[in-house]
Design a protein around this ligand. Structure first.
Ligand code: XIL
Length: 385
């Protein structure tokens, strides 16, 4: 019993230390178990802002230009967050629907600029999904090296044009507004194998690993060539919180990429865990859990971004959701040293806007009214306490 009490106080004092970065895995595990509840402490701020709940890292939202007509939506998007991701506008298919015709949607970057938000996270360059038909068919009847060269040029040209354009968009301090990009998105299956050639055109044409390596290499070379030397390059995926095999595959991939350099600089800076999760995923423990995914990504030594967070109601209770809203930011703070926290980005604003549908109730705000749900309070506390 005495030991238990002592362990509690050790863990509690660690929890109180915002920037605690030196815990051993056992200590962290103990701390997680003890924080494994929804907080009962009173919720003090009268006009809380998520971006102020923990100033150690940014709190982002993915937003969609189609919603800008709703003042409740734009009011929250402009006030609560200090990082913005375009839900769709900066994806390959949206920017280059036809070969060499580039449509740089600026609604989202302008929204950030006009509202004094100084960080946009770019999403995404190489993705198996949303690839325009012209890319899929670009190889024609070419074979061998000629065919590979067609796809290498498409990739290089896309990154070059996109990075060059967004580099012209500056924040209030005159620095590039787009601070980071998901260079590669979702290259793995849940069992840790690469997506097949049948599903992923990039893997089909360039080889699963080589496609990824080339995307990061070109991205680094192009960014540095532009003088965009602080641009952070991320590998982004989902499923860390339920598939250890996938987490391990991602871990191995990024460990391979991080020792590849261009001009003495690693070609990758960070990993994104999308964390489209639900009230049934386990939070604690070392296997099959949110804890495992975050700790393994932290162990890469790279920047760690929770990049697309939403928590859907999957047959359970709101209390189960709230418990995760509270614990996910807590675990993130406990496992990722502050200097490597790229932040937590939520996937769109309210339940009416989230891609999982209104019934999934996967966000912080109620449908239509945008009233703050108990999810909001719990997420705020998980960031702050
Ligand atoms: C989703 C958007 O939310 C939808 O609006 C769109 O129809 C499809 O893409 N992983 C990602 C995101 O990396 O880009 C996806 O966004 C959600 C899953």
């Amino acid at each position: 019993m005495k030991k238990l009490i002592l362990a509690f106080f050790a863990a509690a004092s660690l929890a109180a230390c915002k920037k605690s970065t030196t815990e051993t895995p056992q200590q962290v595990e103990g701390l997680i178990k003890l924080s494994n509840k929804v907080s009962n402490t009173p919720y003090s701020p009268t006009n809380p802002l998520l971006k102020d709940a923990n100033t150690d890292f940014e709190i982002g939202a993915a937003i969609n230009e189609g919603k800008f007509g709703n003042a409740l939506y734009t009011g929250l998007a402009s006030s609560q967050y200090n990082s913005i991701t375009a839900e769709n506008q900066m994806k390959f298919a949206n920017i280059q629907a036809s070969q060499n015709v580039f449509t740089y949607g600026t609604n989202v970057t302008n929204f950030a600029k006009n509202n004094g938000i100084n960080r946009v996270h770019g999403h995404a360059i190489m993705w198996y999904s949303g690839v325009p038909a012209w890319v899929t068919n670009a190889g024609g009847s070419a074979t061998g090296e000629t065919r590979k060269q067609i796809y290498r040029s498409i990739l290089y040209n896309h990154i070059n044009k996109v990075f060059s354009f967004y580099y012209t968009q500056k924040d209030a301090n005159g620095n590039p507004l787009v601070k980071s990009w998901d260079v590669v998105n979702e290259a793995f299956n849940d069992d840790g194998t690469y997506r097949s050639n049948a599903t992923n055109v990039w893997a089909r044409e360039l080889g699963a690993y080589d496609a990824i390596r080339l995307a990061f290499l070109y991205a680094r070379q192009i960014a540095d060539g532009l003088g965009d030397t602080n641009l952070k390059l991320f590998y982004n995926d989902y499923g860390h919180e339920y598939s250890n095999a996938k987490t391990d595959a991602i871990y191995n991939l990024v460990n391979t990429l991080k020792v590849i350099t261009s001009n003495n600089k690693p070609i990758i800076d960070g990993v994104g865990l999308q964390m489209h999760t639900s009230n049934t995923r386990t939070v604690t423990g070392n296997t099959n859990s949110i804890y495992y995914g975050i700790s393994k990504m932290s162990a890469t030594g790279l920047l760690v971004h929770i990049s697309e967070l939403d928590i859907k109601l999957n047959g359970g209770t709101v209390a189960d959701q709230d418990y995760r809203w509270y614990n996910i930011p807590k675990i993130y703070r406990d496992l990722v040293p502050s200097a490597r926290r790229w932040g937590i980005t939520l996937w769109n604003i309210g339940d009416s806007d989230n891609w999982q549908g209104t019934a999934a109730a996967a966000t912080l705000y109620a449908p239509t009214t945008y009233a703050k749900k108990s999810a909001y309070t719990n997420f705020y506390k998980g960031l702050n306490e």
